[in-house]
Design a protein around this ligand. Structure first.
Ligand code: DQA
Length: 143
């Protein structure tokens, strides 16, 4: 089982960026622990880009090669029809993830352009949202 985690803009600054919202852990450290947890079960791969086209290219690349994708599109969640179209164009199921509970935040964050193209959405559990998304993909695979 191969799962790719794709992070969008500003998520390279996790641990530094608004820690009161996103926590104090660097994503690289969280990802290393996640890989360890799933060692021998799930092969996890990680990609981050601040560029919309970079995220789309990675969805195209991973979307026919992985069993599932965990996507935190950052602010592009709320704006990008192009990312929604990319999700619809690939074979792998995509789980939309947010670290914060976007529904508790500013109204502009309440709408997602990509949810309707995704298998499901997980939001508000801090970095643990990514693990929950991996579990959702595993459950889908074995269903
Ligand atoms: C985010 C929520 C988005 O609204 C925001 O633009 C982000 C991070 C989250 O993980 O909570 O960059 O996707």
């Amino acid at each position: 089982m191969k799962i790719a985690i794709i992070n969008g803009p500003n998520l390279n600054l996790l641990g530094v960026r608004e820690p009161e919202i996103y926590g104090g852990q660097r994503f690289e450290d969280y990802f290393a622990a996640l890989c360890k947890r799933y060692e021998g079960t799930v092969q996890l791969e990680y990609f981050q880009s601040n560029v919309e086209g970079g995220i789309i290219d990675e969805l195209h690349r991973r979307g026919f090669d992985c069993d599932g994708i965990v996507l935190n599109a950052g602010a592009y969640t709320h704006t990008s029809l192009a990312i929604a179209d990319a999700i619809r164009s690939i074979a792998a199921p995509v789980v939309e993830v947010h670290i914060s509970n976007v529904h508790k935040r500013e109204p502009v964050r309440h709408h997602s352009m990509i949810s309707c193209a995704c298998a499901g959405v997980i939001a508000g559990f801090g970095l643990d949202s990514y693990r929950l998304a991996v579990e959702a993909l595993l459950a889908m695979k074995s269903a």
